[in-house]
Every structure is written in C-alpha cells, then in structure tokens.
Write a protein that binds this ligand. Sequence first.
Ligand code: ZN
Length: 551
Amino acid sequence: MIRNSIAVVLLSVVIFSACNQPEPAEKYTAKVQDIQKKVDEYAQFTLTTDMSKLSENEKLMLPYLFKCADIMEELFWLDAIGEKEEFLAKIDDPALKAYAKINYGPWDRMRGDEPFINEFGVKPVGANYYPSDITTEEFEAWDATDDVKKSWYSVIRRNEDGTLKNVPYHVAYAERIQKAANLLTEAAKYADDEGLKKYLNLRAEALLTDDYLASDLAWMDMKTNTIDFVVGPIESYEDAFMGYRSAHSGQILIKDWEWSNKVARFNALLPELQKNLPVPDAYKQEVPATSSDNNVYEVIYYAGDCNAAGKNIAINLPNDPRVHEQKGSRKLQLKNAMEAKFDKILLPIGDVLIAENQRKNVTFDAFFENVMFHEVAHGLGVKNTINGKGFVKDNLKDKYSSMEEGKADILGLFFVSQLVEMGEYPEKDLMDNYVTFMAGLFRSIRFGASSAHGKANMVRFNYFEEQGAFTKDETTGTYSVDFDKMTLAMNSLAEKIIIIQGDGDYEAAKKMIDEQGVIMPALQADLNRIEEAGIPIDIEFNQGLKVLGLE
Ligand code: ZN
C-alpha cells in the first residue's frame, strides 16, 4: 500500500499529543474542482417527529441523549482519523469543510475512499484503529491473545520500542467516555420505562468497562419504550484491516407504534421461513430466535458512524453472537430516513434506468418491505459453521460483512416471495419488489467499492446479469426485470452464499467478491448517467434539538 507521509505525520500527532497542541499553520486544500457540487449531491432532509407523542419526562431526557451522541460524533472522528476540531480548523473553504464533515475526514466514502484533500493519500486500511504502518504479517505474528487481537473495543498502538500494544477504548478515550457515561446516567433518571432505564444505566457501565454484553442483553429486553438510543461502539465496517474493531455511533429514535404493530406478526413466521431456505438441510439446522423483534421508528438524530456519508435506513443489532444465541436480535426500520431516500433518490433513478413499462413497479411499499426483510434475513441462515470451525464471522474475517449483507439482501427478497406463497400478502404484486430491488441495486452500487453493501450489490448485479434476471434495452438504455429468471437467480445466489458461510470458506468468499464485486464498464456508464441527471447520492440531515422545538 502506498502511504502519504503527511497522513502518517498527522496520525502520529493525534496519537502522541492528546493535549490539543496548536499545530503548524498548514491548511488543507481541495483536490477536486467544484467541491460545492459534491456537497449538493447530498439532498437535505429534516428529521422531525410528532413531539406530542412524548411525555414531559421524555422531552427532558432528550437533551442528555443529544449531548451523549455528540461525544460519539467526536469519538468516530478518532476511530477514522483524529480530532474533529483540529482537522476542521485546517480548512478555510466552507464547501470543503462541509464535505469533510459529511465524510468524517479527507476520503470520499461514497467513491471508494478517494482522497479529496491534496494533503492526503490513500486511506490507511485500518483507519485510526491500528498504527498506520502495520502489516498483516506483523499483526498475525504479534504475541497477544485472540481476545485482544479480535477485540471489538480497543485500538492498537505502538510501545516506545515499536512493539504493538492494546489500548481499550475506555482507556484511550477516558475523558470523553466518562462524560458520555455520566450523560447516560443522567438521562436514565428521566426514564419512566423500566427497560429503558436499565439499559441506559448498563450502557453507561459498558462504556466505562468495554464490556457491552449486559447492556446488549438489556437492550434486547426493551419492548415498551418509545425513545430508543443506539449508542457506543457498534459496527465494524470502519476497520477494513481486520474487521474486528467497532466504530462509535449515536442514533436517537422514536418508535412508530402503529407501523410497529403491523410488522410484529412476521416474527412468528421466522422458523418456518428458515425451513424454506433454498439450501441443503445441513445449512438450515439453526433455529432462529422468535424473541427477535422488528419495529418501525422515526430517527431524530444521527451522530458519528451512522451519519458518515451514506445514511442507514435500517438497523439490525446487537452484533454479538452470544446475544443472538440467547435472545436473537432487534430490527429497527427507520421510516422517515427511508422515505427521504425513496423520494429523493430511488424514484429519480427509476426514471433514468428502469424500462418505462416497469416504472410503475417502483413503489415505496416494496422498498419498505425489501429493506424490512433484509433486516429479518440477518437473523436467518447460519451463525455457526456446520463443520465445527466456530462462528461464521471469525472464519470469513474481512469478507464477512460483504457476504452477510449480500445474504441479507437476497434472502430479504426471498422472504417476500415466500410470504406471497404463504398467502400473507393477498394483494401483493411481487414484480413491484423485484423491480424496486433492481432500482435499489443501482442506488446501492453508488455506495462504491469500499463499502460492504456496495460490494455485495456488485456481486449481485453481475450474477443477475449472468443469469438473465434482467435485460437491457440498448436503444433506451433502460433495464427490464425477467420475473422467472429473477426468481431462479435469487434462489441460486442465496444458496451459494449460505453454503460459503456454513463452510466458513474464506477462500470461496474472497473469490466471489474479488471476481464479481467489481463494476463492469457498461454498468459504470449507467452510473455516470445517474450522476449526469444530478440525482442526489445520499441525504444530509438537518437535525437537532432546535428543529424539534426543544431549544
Ligand atoms: Zn444489513
């Protein structure tokens, strides 16, 4: 890997001088022309909710949660590169500053982490979790326990003699972690809901100890709370070196009870759906937990990892397989974020790339279902290899995220088809889900080669093309879905992925992603047409206490 010496110097400064020393007056400059145009590719959307649904105590609690989320925001900058304010202080151009804020650093997250600031080269693959000059060989040869090497909650630094050392988050970021924990404890005092109160208190403890299990289990037990707060180190996508270390995030949510009740009934169907998976019996022996729940929310705040460039529209947590085994996982569908993406991105993409006679099949309901069942699908299939090699996640390492997201996307669609067969959806036209899925592929592939979702979508696009699941009309440049071939391709791809996971076959996963996780020239030309049409690449939120009328 080619490394830029300035990036290395900057990282060293961040690591070795924790005390906000003013740095030399060097300023960062834009590598690309018209950075404002890039900022404008993010459509503005305001995050609100019906505040009248909240009690007085809930309204009093929110400011503590917002402050705590703001600390996660700073910690995510540290996960990615270094101190937020120090970094931004080196940028004068308001547009460049805005774009650096969207991307949490100098690398364009939606464009394969290309640097857009002159003073930076290639993004260190281990972000700021590892020394920037670390190699796989050095890491693997390091005399440390597996628990330390694979820790989700620590950074790796160097001792003075150059050897590696493990620093837990609560030590590396002690001051901020203490503040965040205090805010959660304060917030808990306003919780009328016992489940929420317990979770907030345990989460405060987890931050201070880097042991998240008890708080994850408490989060699973929360059923009757209206406010929710996904907070702490959560997802591991930012660690592209090993895929172990997790990124700080803070997301504040308000439950939509009406929609939540509508989707609740699907949970009971999970074991039956597991039995119907299109794989040999050996790969569907695990029994999915039916205590998993699936609810719909409005998001009122995104901070840190969840706010970086491409915004999530659904959540499936926790990630700890020990929690999955005991209690399953929770799925949170973020309806207002989905509506933003559907209206501002998906519909306009359909108008450019979907055959005119199939555009009517691009619908919000289908989009909502595809996303909802993607999250359900994470809970199905296999968590453990079927050959005694342990957890799938540990075997597939850096390929795990791409494979798991690919599985969830394809099985999500498979489940809608199953529900139609089971008579759960009498009025449903499955073609809506197929065509909307296709339009969604174009949207997701724009996430770029660096994201797990983006790679999973490229694999799928290339596989579908090979199988004839869609055809392209060269005169209009639009795509049509072939219903029957799409069904066959969906089933066979699901089978391939689950078998790789069940076998814990790292080499097969790598081969699939290396060979198929690429953008072919014809597809690139179509993505360029989306760009030329000026369709937003993602959403940037107008958010905070003020837009909620709390300030
Ligand atoms: Zn997912």
